[in-house]
Design a binder for this molecule. Structure first.
Ligand SMILES: [Zn+2]
Length: 245
């Protein structure tokens, strides 16, 4: 079977957690059957409540069709995602790493410093993730893809943050990221009316508060946030800390 343009990483970051987890169950219990490759697309019969006929294009896992209730309404369903997983894994078992999804940032709980090359890679990964958080200028029918792009960016960032060692160095990276996102929301034309990016930023601030508990030096990176106009005062808990200290 030819490899599609999408990867497991892509599927994982751009699918909401319940749908991804249900798709994994379908895949692992052998419910994806009769997989066939066509020109630039794949089809299968996925056994759910009924056997569903699923079609996915090879350029994007969310371009396709399924005859289940959701699929008929053009919603990305677990059957399409299950077929997409089958195609990228070629029917092979999923590893624990494959199945792990960070949909919100958490604190790694370990202190440490990134070496130069890891720091460089991390900055590159952050920039790539931030590029998914882009301005909205499409018609309303692309709203789903737009919102999906915002959550993909936030999921990618959540994964990056969740494995960062706690230090002033990482705290400073995160503070810079928050300022970058703030700018995108304030003047960058990002339409976050569903609150995806805002919620991610709030959770990221909580991660920084956890950082401070493990390494008080992190507070030095929060000082950068003084005297700034931000889009929704997300920096307040961090500034409150700098005032106390
Ligand atoms: Zn379906």
């Amino acid at each position: 079977m030819n490899k599609p343009d999408f990867t497991l990483e892509k599927i994982k970051y751009s699918t909401d957690s319940p749908t991804f987890q249900k798709a994994i169950k379908l895949y692992e219990s052998g419910k994806v059957t009769q997989v066939e490759e066509h020109i630039r697309s794949y089809t299968a019969v996925v056994i759910g409540t009924e056997p569903y006929h699923v079609f996915v294009e090879d350029r994007r896992h969310d371009y396709g069709h399924c005859d289940c209730y959701l699929g008929q309404r053009d919603v990305l369903c677990k059957h399409m995602v299950a077929l997409a997983i089958y195609v990228v894994k070629n029917g092979e078992p999923l590893t624990e790493e494959d199945k792990k999804q960070f949909t919100a940032p958490i604190c790694s709980g370990k202190t440490g410093i990134l070496n130069d090359s890891v720091l460089h890679e991390t900055k590159k990964a952050i920039s790539k993730a931030v590029s998914y958080i882009k301005p909205y200028n499409g018609p309303s029918r692309t709203w789903f893809y737009y919102q999906n792009s915002l959550s993909e960016g936030c999921n990618r960032l959540s994964t990056i943050i969740s494995i960062l060692p706690v230090s002033e160095q990482s705290a400073s990276l995160i503070v810079d990221l928050l300022l970058r996102l703030d700018k995108k929301l304030s003047i960058g034309g990002v339409d976050d009316s569903e609150g995806t990016v805002g919620e991610f930023m709030e959770k990221t601030v909580e991660v920084l508060l956890d950082f401070y508990k493990l390494d008080q030096n992190c507070i030095r990176s929060f000082k950068k946030l003084k005297n700034r106009e931000t889009c929704f005062d997300w920096e307040k808990p961090l500034l409150d800390l700098t005032r106390l200290n």
